[in-house]
Design a binder for this molecule. Structure first.
Ligand code: HC3
Length: 376
């Protein structure tokens, strides 16, 4: 079979731009905001919208607290987590043909959303705030009060270019609080997988997950999840294998594709998750009702320009937003003041995170991390 040529998926008139983009990746710093991509690969969506991917299966999120035992609830947390991956890491390919470069949020940018009540299980709300610009960090809080589940987390990315792919190391973590129907409260620490952006040489980037991530429950259960690309476990891309343990005792394994079907206890076991169920996108207020810091209102002209191919218009408004942001920082420096977060509070150390991180072992142990606590 003939080898696919470099730039094969790039429109003819963009080939030169794409080649110089690939060249520029070699000198990109680890901060994503330093990446300048050609217009046709720009997404009209800001990174502040990405936390919504955590809840595109709100019924799986709400159902966690209905598990009858700590083990059953841990399994439900794992099922919901694996179900989020397809949305988090393949949506842009499905909607826009390939992985695009999202808009780089400004400090203080906000994104609010909701998912309606499902089967009487209650409404889920989402609050997102860009809590740092350099490095870019996005904090989020997702809650279904009636179901007794709340997720608080933050995420940042550090990138490096290998020559053919971009490696992305995610900083941050998510902490899930569950109030079981039977009473009490449990916490779950969710660490974030590493990703590799492949397909860059051809001009059709897509994400593959690599290495490991983990879920650690305050009840003592641990799920260690390993990710592999093409062919390693089963000859298929986007595969994972999760091992559930309680202390040193192995309880169960789960494996399959995070974009498709996975099974309990081996590929011939009962179905653990089938991701073909339709996802529920977040509901967002119309732009006319949004505040000036809300993402879709803030980026409205830029997004319109990108969607309609009017890249000059998009670029003009993007420059305006970036200049205003730089001026704001200069004004703060002159006044010896600093930007105040609206919905989150920064803490150097979160005891809930640290306790669960200390329960993780070997290569799963995350580094000491700061955190952003939801203020309400
Ligand atoms: C790396 C990424 C931006 C960050 C995205 C994150 C890690 C954000 C947090 C979410 O929970 C999960 C997530 C999913 C996808 C990640 C994006 C994939 C591509 C994008 C790069 C900045 C774009 C690179 C540009 C190009 C043209 C090579 O695709």
């Amino acid at each position: 079979m003939a080898e696919k040529e470099a730039g094969a998926d790039v429109p003819q008139e963009q080939k030169a731009g794409w080649a110089s983009f690939i060249k520029s990746l070699a000198s990109m710093t680890s901060d994503l905001s330093s990446m300048t991509a050609p217009p046709f690969i720009l997404s009209p969506v800001s990174l502040t919208e990405f936390p919504a991917y955590w809840c595109e299966h709100p019924h799986l999120f709400a159902a966690i607290s209905e598990g009858a035992t700590p083990q059953e609830r841990m399994e439900r947390v794992l099922r919901w987590f694996i179900a989020t991956l397809k949305g988090q890491y393949t949506t842009r390919n499905e909607k826009m043909g390939s992985e695009k470069k999202p808009l780089n949020p400004v400090l203080g940018e906000l994104f609010y959303g909701t998912w309606p009540d499902v089967n009487g299980r209650g409404e889920t709300v989402l609050v997102v705030e860009q809590v740092s610009h350099h490095p870019p960090i996005t904090a989020y809080f997702i809650e279904n009060k009636k179901a007794g589940v709340a997720l608080q987390g933050h995420s940042g990315q550090k990138t490096s270019f290998t020559g053919t792919a971009i490696n992305v190391k995610q900083s941050g973590h998510a902490l899930l609080t569950v109030k079981p129907k039977s009473g009490g409260e449990e916490k779950y620490l969710i660490t974030l997988p590493k990703l590799r952006i492949e397909g860059i040489v051809w001009g059709s980037p897509y994400v593959e997950l690599t290495e490991n991530s983990a879920i650690q429950s305050s009840t003592g259960f641990t799920a260690a999840i390993e990710y592999k690309g093409k062919g390693y476990f089963s000859g298929k891309p986007h595969t994972f294998k999760a091992v559930l343990t309680q202390g040193s005792k192995q309880i169960q394994t789960y494996e399959g594709q995070w974009t498709g079907v996975s099974h309990i206890g081996g590929s011939k076991g009962p179905v653990f998750l089938d991701t073909s169920a339709p996802k529920e996108e977040v509901t967002v207020k119309p732009i006319s009702e949004q505040g000036e810091w809300e993402s879709r209102r803030l980026w409205e002209k830029v997004a319109k320009g990108i969607r309609s191919g009017q890249y000059d218009e998009a670029s003009k408004d993007k420059t305006r937003i970036e200049n205003e942001q730089r001026q704001r920082r200069r004004d703060e420096a002159a006044a010896e003041s600093s930007w105040q977060l609206v919905r989150f509070e920064h803490v150097d150390s979160d005891p809930d995170y640290q306790k669960l991180a200390d329960m993780l072992h070997d290569k799963l142990t995350p580094a000491h991390e700061d955190a952003y606590i939801f203020k309400g």
